[in-house]
Design a protein around this ligand. Structure first.
Ligand code: NAD
Length: 251
């Protein structure tokens, strides 16, 4: 099959699809022939992603990934709309609330863990349950971790902990879901230009860019390409893996 249609027949759920990396993943998946369910708490952002997609049968949906009821509703809406469960899921919804450890509030810690880690758990569980119940053969879950979950980062005690948790969650899911033919992998981006990193002071971004062996910050498309590979059958023997997409930062 031509590489650009590797995802024909795939129904992909992309959380955080209303912005940045998630939007690039939706676009890439649609170009490769997937139907895409674009899920975000930002409905306007999800609708904007939908408008930008290559023609096909796609849908924008609202979800709060940190809320089990909202996630259950999302999975039910996908089933009703497409008459089947998503067989690819990218957990890309994420937030930062940066502050140094000595000043970090309990609220900011809880809020980041709720979206990044609990959200990944709730969506992974709901999607896997729906897939297993449908009797479908195989699936691919792709979770967005971060390189800072491995190495830590100033001002990101909550975020780095949440992303380390995502990586561990993915490895356990990979072990438990393998018997159903469902793979689960983590992508660890470095610093990627997006609305999330727009909040980071330019001098900090410049400092990181200077440290990247490949000489530049990442673009959302750099991550989307890797997600398309992990969603496709080209990665059929890869599960429980963490793929660094960092331009070589921190190697
Ligand atoms: P972004 O802020 O552009 O996009 C995040 C999206 O998640 C937004 O559309 C937002 O509305 C959505 N979202 C937030 N909370 C949600 C919730 N409760 N329910 C549903 N949707 C919610 O950020 P991005 O840079 O595109 O990041 C995407 C993912 O990649 C995140 O998980 C992030 O942690 C991860 N990541 C980003 C970078 C980077 O440098 N940009 C690096 C490593 C990892």
């Amino acid at each position: 099959m031509a590489a650009h249609l590797r995802l024909r027949g795939t129904l992909a759920l992309v959380t955080g699809g209303g912005s940045g990396i998630g939007r690039a993943i939706c676009a890439r998946f649609a170009r490769e022939g997937a139907q895409v369910a674009i899920a975000d708490c930002d409905e306007a952002g999800a609708a904007q992603t939908l408008r930008g997609l290559q023609a096909g049968d796609h849908q924008a949906l609202r979800v709060d990934v940190g809320c089990a009821k909202s996630v259950a509703d999302l999975v039910a809406q996908i089933q009703a709309r497409f008459s089947r469960p998503a067989n690819v899921c990218v957990n890309c919804a994420g937030i930062t609330m940066d502050e140094f450890l000595l000043k970090q509030t309990e609220e900011a810690f809880d809020a980041v863990l709720r979206v990044n880690l609990k959200g990944t758990f709730l969506v992974t569980q709901a999607v896997a349950k729906a897939l297993v119940a449908s009797g479908a053969s195989g699936g691919s879950i792709i979770n967005l971790g971060s390189i800072v979950g491995k190495v830590g980062n100033l001002g990101q005690v909550n975020y780095s902990a949440s992303k380390a948790g995502v990586e561990a969650l993915s490895k356990t899911a990979a072990k438990e879901l393998a018997r159903y033919g469902i793979r689960c992998n983590t992508v660890l981006p470095g610093f990627v230009r997006s609305p999330m990193t727009d909040k980071v002071p330019q001098k900090v971004l410049d400092k990181f860019a200077a440290m990247v062996p490949l000489g530049r910050l990442g673009e959302p498309e750099d991550v989307a390409e890797v997600c398309a590979f992990l969603a496709s059958d080209d990665s059929r023997y890869i599960t429980g893996a963490s793929l660094e997409v960092t331009g070589g930062l921190f190697i």
